[in-house]
Design a protein around this ligand. Structure first.
Ligand SMILES: Nc1nc2c(c(=O)[nH]1)N[C@H]1C(S)=C(S)[C@@H](COP(=O)(O)OP(=O)(O)OC[C@H]3O[C@@H](n4cnc5c(=O)[nH]c(N)nc54)[C@H](O)[C@@H]3O)O[C@H]1N2
Ligand SMILES: Nc1nc2c(c(=O)[nH]1)N[C@H]1C(S)=C(S)[C@@H](COP(=O)(O)OP(=O)(O)OC[C@H]3O[C@@H](n4cnc5c(=O)[nH]c(N)nc54)[C@H](O)[C@@H]3O)O[C@H]1N2
Ligand code: SF4
Ligand SMILES: [Mo]
Length: 706
């Protein structure tokens, strides 16, 4: 019956945070077709272009299929195939050598966007090996929101779209393209259909901005100022929930005095949002119960991320939207092994004081090293030297701010191992490249550790190419080779069984069920209070002096002072067709968006003599890149959106695939970091544009790499 399509249910992954339930049609051991499952818990049948294209990455002719060892100089593109036995032995030997010479902390374990269980298995490897340094892009992705939440209200407040929302305040989040954190846009769209009001805070007129009752076209990088103006309106007009405020908040009097000066009129000048619109939006939020704030990356890609996130949590709190159905909830996890236990945090009690960022006085509870501080350790030996890195599911050459610094740091390492599915500008600099199996090719668990209160089954659909190993298998083998055997597993599949054991399900039963959800429990504070020093929501932080922060959320001006030499304001949004720097090598996706497109208002373009589709230079004080002008009235005249994540897989490996030509992070810097999370400014940067003159033209590229 080899010509029959067999349908298997799984969940999408590794094309974003994942979440859509998929029906995958398999024939002769290959994926023939993929459909969104109409019964899907989060997607209700939805599937996006990336999901539709996701099987193509398994069969791409240039996929990495063998462990590779560098020949010649770093980055020269010369490789020798080696066996897995040799690869594991070599990586182990090199990491062990650095540990013997300089201590385990001189080895960094680096992860990009967490894509599945591999993230947590990597932390376990670091802990069992003895290194406190797990480097993750969390400084610009979720840590500011999560950890500000822990300090302010004792948990990470997640927008609940599973219960009726009266209003949704979408603040710097674009779920119809990004399905941020696996909150698939279907849920929000359903709420809107059922009558939820929508307010959108976004410098760009997005699809959802067009559906919104109010669209606040904010100046990039000023979200903190706008949030304080919302607080000003709600407190001045006494629209807050008095009962909740009296019983469950700490420091309301101080907050009231503090926000008095943040009037809508004053903040309108900073944020470019008219005062009347700020008032109407703040009133609508305060008068709707329950209302959820769904927030995105722009909240945290800014040196003021701690204060911005806190101001928004104060809004949720004074309007009594915390931990109520349809508000911002503390999701209740299903009964599975807890994160702390799985990663064996107990093996490394010195981690808090020994990790690189502890030296830089970042905020307590931040347990992963901010990439900028990792590079400082590599390049300057501050606070101590780091000499080797194991990198998985990441492309730091594109994803870290200041790409030239990343290049210098990776070149300086004594040893770099990269686990990848495709050669990238980062993998091209490695000493060893390990070919990873990827989604659909092994059993995995999705949404573990995200804090949304459920996990999703991602059962294997097809076999991986013979020499491609799942990251969790690679890590398990490295664990056995480098660490006491008792901390590792006979077979990597045992990891999944261990995690699921408390639920009483084995992986097969879990896959059958599809997902596992914690029970709905709300207003848990009524029983146990808030997990903060005061037991209340800390509008004013009672431990502010100890944390060396301002007790109240503040706004300290633009992320960078205005500069007449660079009069425009640069920001970015994620493309619906790509995941960060990933998958520009997938033909189906590349056809939809072949070039990096910068969004420019027609008036600004006309002032600069730029026409639609012209190649332009975008320049900041830190560097310049080339992109293609796309004229649109969706952005304000002073705002430029540059595309993010661009390199050119069709270019030569020895040119590192032209990693520096169109890469947004050539324009960003790490000289000015937010202290709490080590976050650089990625939004609201000064820039200027002009037409390309004689420089290397993008149009010289022919997009063909087969
Ligand atoms: N297609 C796709 N999906 C993804 C990803 C991807 O790369 N591609 N990445 C995944 C990951 S790891 C993450 S963390 C999430 C991120 O998900 P989101 O947070 O939704 O991502 P962004 O597109 O960076 O930003 C959201 C919106 O913020 C707007 N914006 C830009 N600057 C500012 C500003 O200064 N203030 C405000 N208020 N808004 C601003 C943008 O116009 C955009 O519409 O997406 C996940 N999903
Ligand atoms: N300027 C700017 N910088 C940003 C952002 C921004 O908005 N603006 N966003 C930030 C955010 S939110 C994040 S999360 C980071 C993302 O940072 P990264 O996660 O480093 O980004 P990607 O470019 O997607 O790199 C992931 C790599 O993993 C590989 N990969 C895919 N599947 C597998 C697999 O199964 N196994 C292995 N081993 N590899 C696999 C892909 O081929 C790809 O090269 O970037 C951050 N950087
Ligand atoms: S929205 Fe995300 S989870 Fe859904 S199909 Fe697209 S990439 Fe996959
Ligand atoms: Mo992210």
């Amino acid at each position: 019956m080899s010509d029959q399509i067999r349908w298997i249910k799984t969940h999408c992954a590794r094309m974003d945070h994942g979440g859509c339930t998929l029906n995958v049609g398999v024939k002769d051991g290959r994926i023939e077709t993929i459909k969104g499952d109409s019964d899907g818990y989060l997607n209700k049948g939805y599937i996006c272009p990336k999901g539709l294209a996701s099987a193509d990455k398994l069969t791409h002719p240039l996929r990495l299929k063998h462990p590779l060892k560098r020949k010649g100089r770093r980055g020269e593109g010369q490789w020798q195939e080696i066996s897995w036995g040799d690869a594991i032995a070599l990586v182990s030997e090199k990491l062990q050598d650095v540990k013997d010479r300089l201590g385990a902390r001189a080895v960094a374990f680096c992860q990009g966007m967490p894509k599945g269980l591999e993230h947590f298995v990597l932390i376990r490897l670091a802990n069992t090996f003895g290194s406190p340094n797990v480097v993750v892009v969390q400084d610009v992705c979720h840590a500011p929101r999560e950890i500000s939440g822990l300090h302010t209200c004792g948990f990470y407040p997640v927008a609940d779209f599973h219960h009726k929302n009266e209003l949704v305040l979408l603040w710097g989040s674009n779920p119809t393209s990004t399905n941020e954190e696996g909150q698939i846009c279907s849920l929000l769209l359903e709420q809107i259909k059922k009558g939820a009001q929508l307010i959108v805070v976004d410098p760009r007129r997005t699809e959802l901005a067009q559906k919104a009752k109010y669209w606040l076209q904010i100046r990039p990088g000023t979200d903190g100022a706008l949030a304080l103006a919302f607080l000003n309106v709600i407190i001045t007009e006494e629209l807050f929930d008095g009962n909740f405020v009296n019983k469950w908040t700490h420091g309301f009097g101080d907050l009231t005095a503090h926000v008095r000066s943040f009037t809508p009129e004053k903040m309108a000048q900073i944020t470019w949002v008219p005062a009347g619109l700020i008032r109407k939006s703040a009133r609508a939020y305060a008068r709707s119960q329950p209302a959820a704030i769904a927030w995105g990356n722009p909240i945290e890609q800014n040196i003021q991320s701690f204060d911005t996130a806190r101001a928004l949590i104060c809004l949720m709190a004074i309007c009594a939207n915390l931990d109520v159905p349809g508000g911002n909830i503390q999701a209740n996890e299903p009964n599975i092994l807890s994160l702390g236990k799985f990663v064996r945090a107990d093996l490394l009690p010195s981690k808090r004081t020994e990790m690189i960022h502890a030296y830089h006085d970042t905020i307590p509870k931040l347990m992963t090293v901010p990439p900028a501080l990792f590079r400082k350790a590599v390049l300057e030996g501050i606070p101590y030297p780091v000499k080797a890195a194991y990198v998985q599911c990441a492309n730091p050459m594109l994803a870290y701010a200041d790409s030239r610094q990343t290049h210098a740091a990776l070149m300086k390492l004594d040893f770099l191992a990269v686990s990848e599915i495709f050669m990238t500008p980062t993998a091209a600099l490695a000493d060893i490249v390990l070919p990873a199996a990827t989604h659909f090719e092994f059993n995995d668990i999705g949404h573990y550790g995200l804090g949304h209160g459920y996990i999703l089954a991602r059962p294997k659909i097809v076999d991986a190419p013979e020499e491609c190993w799942p990251d969790i298998k690679i890590l398990n083998e490295l664990g056995k080779s480098l660490c006491p055997a008792a901390h590792w597993y006979e077979d990597y599949n045992d990891i999944l069984e261990t995690l699921l054991a408390p639920s009483g399900l084995d992986f097969g039963q879990f896959a059958e069920q599809g997902y596992l959800k914690g029970s709905d429990q709300f207003k848990k504070y009524n029983v146990s209070g808030f997990k903060t020093p005061s037991g209340k929501v800390e509008l004013s932080l009672s431990r502010a002096a100890k944390l060396k922060v301002s007790p109240l959320p503040d706004f300290n001006g633009y992320p960078v002072p205005e500069d007449p030499e660079y009069p425009l304001v640069l920001t970015s949004a994620k493309s619906r067709y790509y995941l960060h720097s990933s998958y520009r090598w997938l033909e189906k996706l590349r056809k939809k968006l072949p070039h990096p497109q910068a969004l420019i208002h027609p008036e600004t373009a006309a002032d600069c003599g730029i026409q639609n589709n012209d190649e332009i230079i975008i320049e900041t004080p830190h560097g310049r890149i080339i992109q293609v002008a796309h004229l649109t009235e969706a952005v304000a005249p002073r705002v430029i959106y540059a595309a993010y994540g661009w390199w050119f897989p069709e270019e030569k490996p020895e040119a590192l695939y032209k990693w520096d030509r169109s890469n947004f992070n050539i324009l960003t810097a790490t000289d000015n970091l937010g202290r709490e999370f080590g976050t650089p400014n990625l939004k609201g940067i000064n820039c200027r544009i002009r037409k390309v003159r004689g420089e290397d033209k993008l149009s010289n590229n022919s997009i063909s790499w087969r």
